[in-house]
Every structure is written in C-alpha cells, then in structure tokens.
Design a protein around this ligand. Structure first.
Ligand SMILES: NC(=O)c1ccc[n+]([C@@H]2O[C@H](COP(=O)([O-])OP(=O)(O)OC[C@H]3O[C@@H](n4cnc5c(N)ncnc54)[C@H](OP(=O)(O)O)[C@@H]3O)[C@@H](O)[C@H]2O)c1
Length: 325
C-alpha cells in the first residue's frame, strides 16, 4: 500500500506553490500530477518547470480529475474556504495553506463539509511537523528546565510596499497578523495553551492591512510576548524562558532551525537537526500517511488546533479593529 504513488494537484501557481513542489518532488512515492491556474499558460509553464503531467486553466478542472489523490490549496487567504469546499465536494483530500480561512465561521464550514464528505482536510501549518519544533514541545512538556514562565516570539520581514501584492492587499486577506503573526501565536498556543486574556496593538498601512501587531498573552503563571511586523527584519526567534533555564529556537523559528539549551549557569548546548528539504516534506509525508490510512483528520494538526488558532486570530482582530469584508 505504501508503495502506491500519491498524485498531488495544486491550486494556484504562485510563490509558495513552487517551494512546496520542490519538496513534494523530494518525497518518495509522491508526484506532482497536476497544477491549476486561472491562466492556462501559467499552469503549463509551471507544469513544465516541475515536471507535472497535467496543467489546467481552471481550478474546477483539477478538482474533477479522478487521477488526483490529494490537493494543496496555495491561493491567498480569502479564497481558502471556497477552494477547499470545491475540492472536498469532489471528495478530494485537501491540504490548505495557513491561515486555514478568514475566520472561525469559515473554518467551521470547511470542517463540516470535510465530515459530511468523509474526506481528509488539514491546515498546512508546516511548523507543527518540523522535528526541531516537536523536540522543543517535548522538552517543555517534560519540564526539562522546570515550568515555562515566559515566551518571546517574533516574526518580521520588510518587503517593498506594493498594494497589488497579496501581503498588503486587504481585499484578499493581506496584513502581518494573518500572514506571519500566525506563527508566534501558534508557538504560544502549542506550548502554553489557551491564554486567560490577550492584549494587542497594531499599526496599519494605507491599504488598511496591518503593518505590525504586538500581542501579550496572559496565563496563570506565564506570559507570551508576541510580535509580527512587515516593517523590519527581526530575528524571528522563539525564546522559552523556564524556571531553571532557557530554550531558544534560533531564527527563523517557524522553518527548519537549530535550538539552544541554556542552563541556569549560562552553559549553552546547540542542537541541530538533519534537514534536507525546505521543510514542507514533513507535512507532505504526514498527509500521505493519513491518505494511506484512510483518515479524515490529522492527529497532529487536528481540527481543534486549527479552530483554536483561528479563533485566537479572530479575538486579536477584534482587539485591534481589523475587519475584512
Ligand atoms: N507555509 C508557508 O511557508 C507559506 C509561505 C508563503 C505563503 N503561504 C500561504 O500561501 C498562500 C499563498 O501565498 P503566496 O505567497 O504563494 O501568494 P502568491 O505568490 O500571490 O500566489 C497565490 C496564487 O493564488 C492564485 N490566486 C487566485 N486568485 C487570486 C487573486 N484574486 N489574487 C491573487 N492570486 C490569486 C494565483 O494563482 P494563479 O494565477 O495560478 O491562479 C496566485 O499565483 C497564502 O495563504 C499564504 O499565507 C504559506
């Protein structure tokens, strides 16, 4: 069964689709079968670059192809729900990019349709599958340095302002919070759980998309200081301060990274991980296994975890007054 090749299709021939495909081609018994774009020529170009069998000029054509076993949704956030439903309603397993959708209501609808069609659905929150992140979660669960007291996590980069880019275009979900703030928030939820309260402040571009967002999550005996920004390059680290030492995921913490364990005397030990791909291969392997096992939900990136993540984003949006139409 494991030797059967899983034929993948991708919706949206943009930037992340290219990176994801390089990793897809590195996973055994896996192939990019088809690529769908709104522009057939663009799809054909992508297919020839990445050696896909088929190129489609509409997303529907890909969803209808009976040779496809799995579909990766790589369109801007505001289309995730529509494109996911299109595929699920054709009984195609869906791996959908983060954020899963624009709000909890949309995510709940996607989960409902996945359950109704008994078809696999998972949010492509790749960090959850990376060995260094799982290693740190494991250390924290075991109270390696005692209890976690404070997390500081940031994600910042400084792209040229361009209202036509999806990163800044509010009409398709642009802004720092949904695009990159999701990662520090995911780090907090994965290690400290649901906060008792949240404070948040943001600044905005002309387009109305948030340029940066600063957040504080309060817990009974811990806090998380989180930041996303499109105004400057930041270290993009996740630093877990515990009672008897510190665990630091070096930048950029959300992608393949190394980890420093620093004890209370300041002795530091560097842990490295044998990453051979960009890092998307881990979520792809997991998703392939779910298909092979006939599962409809991941046991790692569960529906509950995605719901918790999107409802936290909803709460922060309400606090900073960020509304999408
Ligand atoms: N996991 C990660 O590391 C990671 C990294 C980057 C981005 N992402 C996520 O992936 C998604 C896509 O990001 P990206 O950077 O690849 O974006 P992108 O380069 O702009 O590509 C998005 C693609 O979506 C399609 N699309 C459909 N309707 C569109 C519309 N109205 N406007 C623009 N594009 C439209 C286009 O493909 P066609 O023209 O071919 O139809 C476009 O090329 C986002 O949700 C983002 O959060 C994840």
């Amino acid at each position: 069964m494991d030797s059967k090749i899983i034929n993948w299709g991708i919706i949206g021939a943009g930037k992340i689709a290219s990176k994801f495909t390089s990793d897809l081609n590195a996973v055994s018994h896996t192939k990019l079968y088809g690529i769908a774009s709104r522009d057939l020529k663009k799809a054909q170009h992508f297919a020839s670059e990445f050696d896909a069998d088929k190129a489609y000029g509409t997303y529907e054509d890909l969803a209808l192809d009976s040779n496809i076993d799995a579909i990766y949704i790589a369109t801007p956030h505001s289309f995730h729900k529509t494109h996911t439903l299109l595929c699920l309603n054709h009984k195609k397993p869906v791996l959908c990019e983060k954020p899963f959708a624009m709000n909890l209501e949309e995510v709940n609808e996607m989960i409902r349709v996945s359950k109704k069609n008994e078809t696999l659905l998972m949010e492509a929150l790749w960090t959850a599958f990376l060995p260094h992140f799982q290693y740190v979660q494991d250390l924290l669960n075991k109270n390696h340095f005692g209890k976690l007291i404070r997390l500081e996590a940031d994600f910042g980069f400084h792209p040229q302002y361009d209202e036509t880019s999806r990163v800044f275009d509010k009409s398709i979900g642009g802004g720092s919070l949904l695009d990159i703030g999701i990662y520090p928030i995911f780090a907090a939820l994965s290690t400290l759980g649901q906060p008792n309260s949240i404070e948040a402040k943001a600044d905005f571009f002309r387009s109305g998309a948030d340029s940066e967002c600063n957040m504080v999550f309060q817990y009974d005996s811990a806090k998380a200081i989180l930041q996303s920004t499109l105004l400057e390059e930041t270290k993009t680290e996740a630093i877990f301060y515990c009672e008897h030492g510190t665990i630091k995921i070096n930048g950029r913490f959300h992608e393949p990274a190394s980890v420093n364990l620093i004890d209370k005397n300041g002795n530091s030990e560097l842990k490295t991980f044998d990453y051979k791909t960009i890092g998307y291969s881990y979520e792809i392997e997991h998703f392939n296994q779910l298909i092979r096992d006939g599962k409809t939900e991941s046991d790692i990136m569960t529906f509950e975890r995605s719901q918790q993540l999107i409802s936290t984003l909803d709460t922060i949006r309400a606090l900073i007054g960020l509304k999408y139409s």
